[in-house]
Design a protein around this ligand. Structure first.
Ligand code: FES
Length: 643
């Protein structure tokens, strides 16, 4: 056995000769990002060996400078002797780490009001199903000496009309002190269940009737976003987001499912989403809004089918094995606290039902908030997330498919990619003769990486100026310090030189990144095209296209059309609707009618399996060009390029 010491944790563990360094780290609870789960494609698992040696073959992901400084890919390193390993900050940094951003822009507010209006305009009732009542209970005397619990029940029966009142043991244990410390004047939080029944879930000493809160959360494969909601007023008190901590075990659902089959894999994935992602987000929101976790009494989550399984700790492996059967589409009601989620112990967790193995509750939730289900118009809804789900329909029918775009839209599997948060390059323009970029950075911070909207701009600008060709290969003959070739012959374009911003390394995009992005955009375009074709239609039937997802609110729709990601139709038909899944969770939290409608949507959507369409692969391959092998499908690009 050899000793492996991890810094900065200062943790020493034993490892066998020949053991993989990434596996050793995972076994020891050391976080090293590994989006490709060790298949050598992402290059994100870089660590620095500062004592001893490992057995490693240097790959294309390490620069000369990094190699000379002792960096290795953890997943490509075998233990041969005692070593000291430094896990750099970047390995658990801005892309996947738990840096939490709080924000609420004018555009966010606009999206929020639009979604709320969808539900109200359709006559749905808005308001929480949880109640709070301030009660003043008769004091006990020698003559009136019934038990505390019977006294509470008597009061609720005589004053509020509840004939059957329930509570759990934890609640019962708190009653004697609270009653006496408050002189029997308390506020109860309870959940009426019809027919005179109700369950008390919280009791407070003062009149706190106006304080009642809920949480809506969208669990994406790459990003997780949440709202803290005032259930009385329906207002948003805090909005936070972070990377999904599961990403260290794989960037996409397939890699996560594979990881779940390993020893303790499922438990680690479940721990990562609850204790390393959701609870830190909740803590942040509680601090922002000065809310106690016991006051949070409703919780709605939506995610793709795999994320919902992993949230509940349910083995997901059969989702990827023929005939692709999920353990559940609609989860049973469970208490969020049973999973270790930091809310009131009595709070139910409502997991938005999935549509199929590959179209989850996040899409049903997005359809609810976008309002397609009540629309007379033909709407195409595209969720630019890792799974790339698409819905087409109107108030009469809803068809859906998933096209595995990968995490590129959220910055995953891109060398310097990151989520659309502070420090992300969100817009790019390149000057024609000098090839110098002008960049806009979220938060006016110094650049840390580039997010989806920035990558779209960048690829468009590079295409239009001839920096890349239609396959995304760099023109290496260009006379510019921005365009260069690494020692393996891979071309790259420098978005930001490290000297200009005092960074550790240049921010670049290389040909492998561009290829990843072109595949992602090709998957979306071909998926949408085949979904319509399956109904004997094409893009000309569309009245509206809603774009959802965490790609960034700076998404330039025209540029997205120009690179062949979105269909070349009237620009006025497009609308960016942000995180529609999170909005749907909010509506579900606030409206019982909304929840019923959501379940109807999930039940009624028809899933189309793209892989059974013989032309899908051809369509995909044709769409993996800039903009497309058939330029006739993109007349405005043809005109712009003068072809
Ligand atoms: S290259 Fe090591 S995890 Fe991706």
């Amino acid at each position: 056995m050899k000793k492996v010491k991890f810094l900065p944790e200062n943790k020493t563990v034993s490892a066998k000769v020949g053991e993989n360094l990434l596996d050793v780290a995972r076994k020891s609870g050391i976080v090293i990002d590994a989006p490709c789960n060790g298949n050598l494609s992402c290059g994100k698992c870089k660590v620095k060996i500062i004592g001893g040696k490992v057995d490693i073959k240097r790959g294309r992901h390490l620069t000369d400078e990094e190699w000379n400084e002792g960096y290795v890919l953890a997943c490509n390193s075998k233990i041969i002797e005692d070593i000291v390993v430094e896990v750099p900050h970047e390995a658990s940094s801005f892309m996947y780490g738990m840096k939490i951003d709080s924000f609420s822009t004018e555009r966010d507010k606009e999206i929020f009001h639009r979604a709320r209006k969808q539900v109200i305009d359709n006559g749905m009732e808005f308001g929480s199903y949880v109640r709070k009542d301030y009660i003043e209970i008769d004091l006990p005397t020698i003559d009136d000496n019934i038990s505390d619990w019977d006294r509470i029940k008597r009061h609720l029966r005589n004053n509020l009309g509840y004939s059957k009142v329930f509570c759990r043991l934890q609640m019962l244990r708190r009653i004697p002190q609270i009653l006496r410390e408050s002189d029997f004047k308390v506020t109860i939080t309870h959940i009426p269940r019809g027919n005179g029944r109700t369950t008390i879930v919280n009791m407070e000493k003062e009149d706190t009737v106006a304080r009642l809160f809920g949480v809506a959360i969208d669990i994406g494969t790459t990003s997780v976003s949440a709202f803290l909601v005032d259930l009385y007023k329906g207002e948003l008190l805090a909005k936070v987001s972070s990377g999904n901590a599961q990403i260290k075990y794989g960037a996409d659902v397939i890699n996560r499912i594979i990881f779940s089959t390993k020893n303790d894999g499922l438990m680690k994935l479940n721990h990562a989403i609850i204790h390393e992602t959701i609870n830190p987000l909740l803590k942040e929101m509680y601090e922002i809004a000065k809310v106690d976790k016991d006051e949070v009494i409703a919780f709605v989550s939506a995610g793709n089918t795999t994320m919902s399984h992993l949230l509940l700790g349910v083995y997901p492996d059969y989702l990827r094995r023929e005939p692709y059967i999920p353990t559940f589409l609609k989860a049973p009601f469970i208490k969020a606290s049973e999973l270790g989620i930091d809310v009131n112990p009595e709070t139910f967790l409502y997991v938005v039902p999935s549509v199929s193995s590959y179209v989850g509750g996040d899409i049903a939730s997005g359809v609810l908030s976008s309002g397609i289900w009540s629309s007379d118009e033909n709407v195409l809804f595209i969720d630019l997330g890792t799974n790339g789900e698409i819905v087409f329909g109107n108030k009469d029918f809803l068809m859906t498919c998933a096209c595995s775009a990968g995490p590129a839209f959220e910055g995953g599997e891109i060398s310097c990619g990151m989520r659309a948060t502070n420090g992300a390059v969100e817009k790019v323009k390149i000057t024609k003769d000098t090839y110098e970029p002008q960049i806009t950075i979220i938060g006016n911070d110094k650049p840390k990486g580039i997010c989806g909207s920035g990558i779209i701009d960048l690829i468009y600008e590079m295409m239009i100026l001839g920096i890349i060709d239609k396959k995304g290969r760099l023109n290496k003959e260009l006379n510019s310090p921005r365009v260069r070739v690494d020692e393996y012959g891979m071309g790259e374009y420098v978005i930001a030189f490290k000297e200009d911003y005092n960074l550790k390394k240049d921010i670049i995009i290389n040909e492998a990144d561009i290829d990843n992005f072109i595949r992602a955009k090709g998957a979306i375009y071909s998926g949408a095209s085949v979904l319509l074709e399956s109904l004997g239609m094409d893009f000309s039937v569309l009245d509206r296209i809603y774009i959802a997802g965490g790609i960034g609110s700076s998404l330039n729709i025209i540029n997205a059309i120009m690179i062949g990601m979105l269909p070349d139709i009237d620009i006025d038909k497009f609308m960016y609707i942000g995180n529609s899944s999170l909005m749907g969770c909010y509506l579900t939290l606030m409206s019982e009618d909304g929840r019923r409608k959501l379940e109807e949507i999930a039940n009624q959507m028809t899933y189309v399996e793209l892989s059974v369409y013989p032309n899908y692969m051809d369509e995909f391959v044709s769409a993996c060009f800039l903009p497309h092998t058939n330029i006739e499908k993109f007349p405005s690009v043809k005109e712009k390029l003068g072809e």
